[in-house]
Design a protein around this ligand. Structure first.
Ligand SMILES: Nc1ncnc2c1ncn2[C@@H]1O[C@H](COP(=O)(O)OP(=O)(O)OP(=O)(O)O)[C@@H](O)[C@H]1O
Ligand SMILES: CC(C)(CO)[C@@H](O)C(=O)[O-]
Ligand code: BAL
Length: 280
């Protein structure tokens, strides 16, 4: 496995490999890798000849009071995990090379990013689309793989690719969960044993909503009220949002459309921000 830091070297190699007819795959990450990320490497390897994993803690998607400075960065462990899973290249650029002092160009998707995490983390998706566009231009992937756990993110990236005609296929990998249902996330590392026990309530609450839909209740307010009620039973949880949206556009649904709607939620569990979603 090759580890590349330089943008110029990565772009040169990508162009050379494409010239030889290789199909390139990219798995963008911010590091602190877990089984969720590694499952995306498996998907990428099935689709592409060469699997590139990028590890870059992207400052432009963090708000001023967010956890950029405390975000875990176990680079050596991450490299071992990528190697063991069969990645061909890890691209781990330096912050100063991606964003030199005079950097001034941003990409803003303005429709799918209006609600949910777009509302509660202003500027977040502008940072995500910008860095993903940079990564696409450097790594030149034919295929890029993202996780359904960040459902709004992948919808916005698909929209950016469509609007700006990036020649890349976007593939979504299913959410990988702990045995009790908690969606894997790098931020789960922040949870002590008490918070870890509470964290499962996010998935359980979404499941309560889904069960109602499976019984035939299609009223959005009924479903979100059920999820709110479930999450309100502990003082450690503060709800950021609970929404039912179209799973492609992330726009709010008037009524649940089975197979087309997504139930999504974000919470503060003490100081840790967790998100999850289920297709209804
Ligand atoms: N549990 C999961 N299952 C599948 N994909 C996942 C999972 N968690 C993260 N991913 C995907 O991995 C990619 C990199 O995500 P990222 O590095 O932000 O990890 P994360 O664990 O989601 O971290 P965070 O705690 O910042 O949300 C994204 O496409 C994301 O959707
Ligand atoms: C897509 C991404 C790697 C961009 O920094 C990030 O938002 C993430 O890890 O999901
Ligand atoms: N998975 C999205 C990365 C972030 O929370 O900033």
């Amino acid at each position: 496995m090759q580890v590349i830091q330089s943008l110029q070297e990565m772009q040169g190699l990508a162009i050379e490999m494409r010239g030889k007819g290789k199909l390139l795959g990219l798995v963008p990450t911010m590091g602190a890798l877990h089984e969720g990320h590694l499952s995306l490497i498996d998907i990428c390897r099935e689709k592409a000849d060469v699997t590139i994993v990028s590890i870059f803690l992207n400052p432009t998607q963090f708000g001023p009071n967010e956890d950029l400075d405390s975000y875990p960065q176990p680079l050596e462990e991450d490299l071992e995990a990528c190697k063991a899973r069969g990645a061909d290249i890890v691209f781990a650029p330096a912050r100063g090379e991606v964003y030199p002092k005079d950097y001034s160009t941003y990409i803003n998707e303005e429709l799918y990013s209006r609600g949910m995490c777009g509302t509660s983390r202003p500027g977040h998706f502008r940072g995500v689309t910008t860095v993903v566009a940079i990564l696409f231009n450097i790594c030149r992937p034919d295929v890029a793989v993202f996780g359904q756990k960040d459902g709004q993110q992948v919808a916005i990236i698909r929209k950016m690719v469509r609007d700006l005609h990036f020649p890349v296929e976007i593939v979504t990998g299913p959410t990988v969960r702990e045995p009790d249902g908690l969606a894997m996330s790098s931020r789960n590392r922040y949870l002590d044993s008490v918070l870890r026990r509470e964290s499962i309530k996010l998935y359980n609450a979404l499941m309560e909503g889904k069960k109602l839909v499976d019984k035939g209740f299609l009223n959005v307010n009924r479903i979100t009220a059920e999820v709110t009620h479930y999450l309100s039973q502990t003082h450690l949880i503060r709800i950021i949002y609970i929404e039912v949206v179209d799973k492609e556009t992330m726009l709010p649904e008037q009524e649940i459309r089975p197979g087309k709607s997504m139930l999504a939620a974000a919470i503060w569990l003490d100081q840790t921000r967790l998100i999850d979603n289920l297709e209804l």
